[in-house]
Design a protein around this ligand. Structure first.
Ligand code: ADP
Length: 350
């Protein structure tokens, strides 16, 4: 599909270039042959009567004297035409290569974004298929059981509910991704106290933290930042949720903040399973999950949290990074500017 599009675009580029080139060639041909004719006529007139001034020599018209060699003029016209044709053939060949190259360059980002979209759809449907298949087979087995009693039915419904919860979580992640990654989003930026953000995020992960006996500790001074509060709470929630998810029971998670007057540094440190160096470059990619989290510890997730976190940080013109050692723990650091550019603050509304 992209090959044909590339060829078509090359054709259009060539058509434009060649139209311009042929137009100029015709203009050059006409101008130069007229001047040439006039020059030859002038020479012929001078040859016969030496007094006639140059401006009185007509560009066209009858041959003024026997000294004017019409075959010479025709020969010169032919030579000019041949040269212009050769030049146009050269331009056609060169611009053909250039147009093909440029068409490739123009189409590359479109091709990449289409590939990305295809990958996204296939990943998302793959993730949706697992809970859907489980749901379907559980219901089918129950329907075939003629002696299904109330207790078994309730057990089945509870299990169904778990699968529905998983799908709901996935759709929430997908919606959040769309919200933060699409350009349609218009965020409002207000003054936000970071301590409030951390408390709200802490409340959201408290259930998981309690389940895993993980203690969330908060350190550092409170800082006020120009930010989108909902986005910031979501960012810290994702980092805290991961820290709790990938921690061993009874460990602590430390959230610390400090500012250098220009930026705020939000660090979330855990003492959990850590991340292999080979996985680190990919963990912010959509649907990427390191093997350790897939198989060894069987931690639930879709590999979408960190890509949402990255989008939120980028919307705030910040950066997110990670340092990690396997079996020792990880430190995720989000660096956000304290103030956003005026343009961003005034242009955006929620
Ligand atoms: P999820 O946690 O749902 O799998 P994320 O996008 O949040 O998806 O994280 C991507 C991957 O990065 C995880 O699967 C896990 O392998 C790794 N990861 C993220 N945070 C941590 C952490 N605090 N400790 C260890 N591994 C982590």
């Amino acid at each position: 599909m992209f090959k044909t599009a590339r060829l078509k675009l090359t054709g259009w580029y060539l058509l434009i270039i060649m139209s311009v080139s042929i137009f100029f060639s015709i203009a050059v041909y006409r101008g130069s042959t007229l001047e040439l004719g006039r020059g030859l006529r002038l020479q012929a007139v001078r040859f016969t009567s030496r007094e006639q001034p140059v401006f009185q020599i007509p560009l066209n018209g009858p041959i003024p004297s026997p000294g004017f060699d019409v075959t010479l003029l025709e020969e010169l016209k032919r030579r000019i035409a041949m040269q212009l044709i050769l030049i146009n053939i050269g331009i056609f060949a060169m611009s053909g290569f250039a147009a093909y190259f440029l068409a490739g360059k123009t189409l590359k980002p479109i091709e990449e974004s289409l590939d990305e979209q295809k990958r996204f759809i296939s990943d998302a449907s793959h993730e949706l298929r697992t809970p859907l298949t489980a749901l379907k087979s559980e219901i089918e087995v129950a329907l075939r059981d003629k002696n299904l009693d109330l207790g078994q039915a309730k057990k089945l419904l509870n299990s169904n509910l778990e699968e529905v919860d998983k799908m709901q979580a996935l759709s929430n992640y997908l919606l959040a991704l769309d919200r933060y990654q699409s350009n349609k989003l218009k965020l409002s930026f207000n003054k936000v106290k970071v301590s409030g953000v951390i408390s709200k995020a802490g409340e959201k992960v408290q259930k998981l933290a309690n389940k895993k006996d993980v203690h969330i500790l908060q350190k550092g001074r409170d800082v006020e930042i120009m930010a989108n509060e909902i986005g910031l709470v979501e960012l810290v929630t994702i980092l805290l949720d991961n820290a709790a998810k990938y921690s061993q029971k009874g460990k602590s998670v430390v959230v610390s903040t400090h500012s250098d007057g220009k930026n705020i540094y939000i660090k979330v440190q855990d003492f959990g399973i850590g991340i292999k160096a080979s996985d680190i470059p990919y963990i912010f990619n959509r649907f990427y999950r390191a093997d350790a989290s897939r198989s060894k510890t069987l931690v639930e997730g879709y590999g979408l949290g960190l890509s949402i976190a990255k989008s939120i940080v980028e919307l705030h013109h910040g950066k997110i990074s990670v340092e990690s050692t396997v079996n020792e723990g990880s430190i995720f650091t989000a660096v956000l500017p304290l103030k956003q550019q005026t343009l961003l603050v005034s242009n955006v509304t929620l």
